[in-house]
Design a binder for this molecule. Structure first.
Ligand code: SPV
Ligand code: MG
Length: 532
């Protein structure tokens, strides 16, 4: 019964958010015929989490914001301190935010300044309640004194007259039921506040059932949108709120409460164990923090704005199936597990640790198996009939500036990549050297790269790792274009490509002595599992 209208509400709210300003989005969500859900947040981070979950708007809860500051919900945080938190929240999301403005922090004059400042900061609306400053949380004590109806109506009028965004929403909240004044008083107050200009009425209750809320809704007859906060009557089916014509449900404090439980459990575990072992994997990763706060955007901006060497990108060739029997039946070789992490995951974290900021994996065989945080993907859907160079060409749009090209099924120590990044030359391949000559500092130029060379003419083995400067990448593009024009993009392999490049441009060799392996056989895999 519930699921269809709920989905409609979500569909309804989302387009508005994209097309208009935040106040407009909140106003249309509250006025829409569908039930809208606002979810509590109390910080920039929790606001992002609410947005990612799919909610169309945020309830900036006074209780949660003050508690997250370690304070009571009694106006202990000043209104400008709350404003600062709201600023972080607004910056962190694109969602409309309905702020819990308590009593408006004083009389009509305080409400005027509050509304002006909220509008300046891109907040979509504010809810003020008919109590006295300093307020007390609705669930504390009994029969809290209410504001005079006319005085509170003046606060609403002053707020409406002060908003600089026409669509800014002012919600009037009556505490008449909470304070034990009954339905008639609640209706009287709600009507006065509506007449004073309130865009919606929040009717609050602390009963364990929704009966007084539903009775209120019935008598209210939808004179303007009704908002509810079912914290205490949480077991009421949401379908009843829809049937009653409620406009908006606020889930008022559940992110804060979830955080308290999770933090307490984690602290307890670590304290008891004197170790992180049990909690690691059960808590969000540090990478997840970076993703949530948008490190990738900063890295892109650094590449654009910071002077000096642009940060290298990497293309990981990961389209091939590889032939490791059952292990590669449902996933490509690069996704094989090596001590708890796939080959590709290990490679990606190594690339990231070396300062490679943009990583693109070319997928092919079982491409759905490759989805890693922070890794962009392009697809070579012809992986079965093409080779590495075709895969590389699939990522042509990503070949821009300094680039590392690497096979997805190799493991190596980080110092190898760091050495390659620091090496001179516009194109440099990393090779395991066969002789001691690599000890010379003199640059070594590549002549031919081929698996078919006689041993006497071979000085090393390419490890599947190469670096191109911005100039080298330009040459790489030119060569890919030529190969394509010749009609052999499908059949050319990486050694052939590097040999062609070496015939036209200086291609250098960066020798290593070990700490590298590629995974071609089950033997290699067992070596990889011992790789340290
Ligand atoms: C809040 O979230 O701060 C509210 C709702 O005002 S309640 O705590 O139910 O009063
Ligand atoms: Mg509150």
């Amino acid at each position: 019964m519930d699921s269809l209208p709920l989905q409609s509400a979500k569909r309804d709210a989302a387009p508005a958010r994209r097309q208009h300003g935040r106040a407009t989005a909140l106003r249309s969500a509250i006025n829409s015929p569908f039930l809208t859900f606002l979810m509590e947040a109390h910080s920039g981070l929790s606001a992002k989490i609410v947005e990612e979950a799919g909610f169309p708007g945020i309830w900036a809860s006074g209780l949660s914001i003050s508690a997250s500051l370690g304070l009571r919900d009694s106006n202990e945080a000043s209104w400008t301190q709350v404003l600062e938190v709201l600023e972080f929240m607004a910056e962190a999301t694109t969602l409309p935010i309905l702020v819990d403005g308590d009593t408006g922090y004083g009389n009509f004059n305080n409400v005027r300044r509050l509304v002006r400042k909220l509008c300046e900061r891109g907040i979509a609306g504010v809810c003020i309640e008919d109590k006295l400053f300093p307020k007390t949380n609705s669930f504390v004590g009994e029969r809290q004194p209410l504001a005079d109806i006319e005085e509170f109506s003046g606060r609403i009028k002053a707020g409406k007259d002060s908003q600089s965004d026409d669509d800014f929403v002012i919600v009037a909240r009556t505490e008449a039921l909470i304070s034990g004044h009954g339905l008639d008083e609640a209706l009287l107050r709600a009507e006065a506040y509506r007449a004073a200009g309130a865009d919606a009425i929040l009717i609050h209750s602390k009963q364990k059932t929704a009966s007084e809320i539903l009775a209120f809704a019935e008598r209210w007859q939808n004179r303007c949108p009704l908002i509810i906060v079912p914290t205490t009557y949480h077991s009421t089916p949401t379908s009843l709120f829809r049937q009653a014509g409620i406009s908006t449900v606020i889930w008022a404090n559940h992110n804060l409460r979830a955080a308290i439980t999770a933090m307490r459990d984690t602290c307890h575990r670590i304290w008891e164990d004197e170790s992180l072992h049990e909690v690691e994997g059960r808590v969000a990763s540090v990478q997840e923090i970076f993703r949530l706060v948008g490190n990738a955007e900063l890295e892109a901006a650094e590449r654009r704005y910071l002077p000096g060497r642009a940060t290298a990108a990497a293309i990981v060739l990961a389209a091939a199936r590889g032939d490791l029997g059952d292990l590669t039946r449902d996933q490509p070789k690069c996704m094989i597990d090596v001590r708890g992490r796939s080959l590709l995951e290990r490679l990606v974290s190594l690339l990231s640790d070396s300062g490679i900021r943009s990583i693109t994996a070319v997928r092919g065989y079982h491409k759905e198996a490759i989805a890693l945080n922070g890794v962009a993907t392009v697809d070579n859907d012809r992986y079965a009939e093409t080779g590495e160079v075709y895969s590389l060409a699939c990522a042509r749009q990503r070949l821009d500036g300094e680039t590392i090209v690497v096979y997805g099924d190799i493991l190596f120590r980080r110092y190898i990549l760091d050495g390659l990044l620091a090496s001179d030359g516009d194109i440099v391949v990393a090779e395991r050297g066969f002789s001691g000559n690599y000890l010379d500092d003199a640059p070594v130029r590549l002549r031919v790269l081929s698996p078919d060379l006689p041993a006497a003419r071979t000085n090393g083995e390419w490890i599947g790792l190469a670096r191109f400067t911005a100039q080298g990448t330009v040459w790489l593009h030119q060569e890919l274009d030529l190969i394509e024009a010749e009609g052999t993009l499908e059949t050319t392999d990486m050694p052939m490509l590097m040999t062609r490049l070496a015939a036209k441009h200086p291609v250098f060799v960066h020798y290593i002595t070990g700490h590298w392996l590629d995974v071609d056989t089950l033997d290699d895999l067992s070596n990889a599992r011992n790789f340290t």
